[in-house]
Design a protein around this ligand. Structure first.
Ligand code: FAD
Length: 391
């Protein structure tokens, strides 16, 4: 029922580009408005898990994804100070390894952008929307240069600081989680294993995995802090601060940090999941609806799931408002559960003293005596199938 409907998508990130292709494949005329002068992703690594990969395949982009990504073999939790493996989750078990990929964010954006354009989506760059007007008229967007766009259906995929979310919900100040994160990539040593490793320590942890076929090593290092002012992805920091924060970690980790010249640093803030995901001919998805901390590697995966469900409900023909209500009903509970699980992961990674020893003992026992239960605990997450779900 989308044939000929005009849809405006605000934002050309993972959410915007994937929903744009999903809608265009169903016959909608889709225009994406993006503030950037070119579609160029900042950042570094991203893990796409089977729940997200299913959507990319259903969008007809599975082969391109396979080419751009590197198949992950395992996830390992390690003690940061001793280096000992606490738990290894073998992704080849239960078929999960087939669709668990490490990707450079820029490569995923390239795949999705090309997919959107191939499906006939128009992408208009340098359109920074300053004002979103929702009410007793079709949604209107006003750019910083004063250009106005009227949308028959508006999809807000405009990320963490979404204007569409604010127009639907008002603004809510995010709060600092008392954690900061450094991010960097460095040339990988030869033979780097396709494994995501999490080194855990008191009040800090470090995640690393290979990118681009093992040419690069991706590093995200998180430390608890009392105070922080900025919420930005583009500040750089003195590498010495990063090295000092992890000076108690194993030489393997310190060796990687010694080679980092200009790490990015950002404060981790929490924004609540939006109460209203739709209204007045507009809906939001991805980070605009449910920003998450990165500790479960699910922000992009949730955005992909949202995109598929939103396009399906809109195509079902009951009219946008009913479709949007069905979409929020289908998605909100799951997204809240994922956001909560990501919050809890930070606490689990940062334990110290007796609590850490007990937790590590439990994880070691689980890995040794019931390895299938390790992956089983994530079935709700990775096994979720929005593509195959009943329509
Ligand atoms: P964004 O990617 O933020 O895209 C929003 C787009 O809208 C941007 O292009 C922006 O320029 C545009 N825009 C915004 N405002 C305007 C405006 N006013 N006018 C016009 N255009 C506008 N997720 C995973 O699934 N797996 C991972 O392994 C993972 N790792 C991560 C690691 C880190 C360090 C971080 C920070 C995040 C990670 N995530 C991961 C989360 C994931 O990157 C995000 O959840 C995902 O990119 C959100 O996509 P989005 O399209 O909703 O928002």
């Amino acid at each position: 029922m989308l044939k000929g409907r005009k849809v405006t998508v605000l934002g050309a990130g993972v959410a915007g580009l994937s929903v744009a292709r999903a809608l265009a494949l169903r016959g909608a005329e889709v225009t994406v408005l993006e503030q950037a002068p070119e579609i160029r992703e900042v950042g570094a690594g991203l893990q796409i898990s089977p729940n997200g990969a299913r959507v990319i395949s259903a969008l007809g982009l599975g082969a391109a994804l396979g080419k751009a990504g590197q198949r992950a073999e395992a996830v390992e939790l390690r003690d940061g100070e001793s280096g000992a493996v606490v738990l290894r989750m073998d992704l080849s078990r239960a078929g999960t390894g087939n669709d668990f990929l490490f990707l450079h964010r820029a490569d995923l954006i390239d795949v999705l952008q090309e997919g959107a354009r191939d499906a006939g989506v128009t992408i208009r760059l340098l359109k920074q929307v300053d004002e979103v007007r929702l009410g007793a008229h079709p949604p209107r967007l006003v750019t910083t240069l004063g250009e106005e766009f009227e949308a028959e259906i508006l999809i807000g995929a405009d990320g963490l600081h979404s204007k569409v979310r604010a127009a639907l919900n008002g603004t809510v100040a995010p709060f600092f989680t008392h954690q900061v994160a450094w991010r960097a990539t460095l040339p990988a040593e030869p033979g780097i294993a396709p494994v995501a490793q999490v080194f855990m320590g008191s009040g800090r942890h470090l995640v690393t995995y290979p990118l681009r076929g093992g040419r690069l090593r991706n590093i995200v290092a998180v430390e608890e802090r009392r105070r922080w002012a900025e919420e930005s992805w583009s500040l750089t920091d003195d590498p010495l601060a990063l090295r000092i924060a992890f000076e108690e970690f194993v030489p393997e980790v310190r060796g990687w940090l010694d080679r980092i010249e200009r790490p990015n640093l950002w404060g981790l803030f929490r924004h609540p999941v939006a109460a209203r995901w739709h209204g007045h001919g507009a809906a939001i998805l991805g980070d605009a609806a449910h920003p998450t901390l990165p500790f479960l590697a699910q922000g992009a995966n949730m955005a992909l799931e949202d995109a598929w469900v939103l396009a399906e409900t809109l195509d079902a023909g009951a009219g946008p408002e009913t479709a949007f209500a069905d979409y929020q009903r289908a998605r909100e509970g799951r997204c809240r559960r994922i956001v909560d699980a990501a919050n809890a992961n930070a606490r689990n990674y940062h334990l110290s003293g007796l609590r850490r020893d007990v937790a590590h003992l439990g994880l070691r026992a689980l890995g040794k005596f019931a390895p299938d239960r390790v992956l089983g605990r994530f079935e709700w997450l990775y096994g979720h199938d929005v593509v195959g779900a009943p329509r």
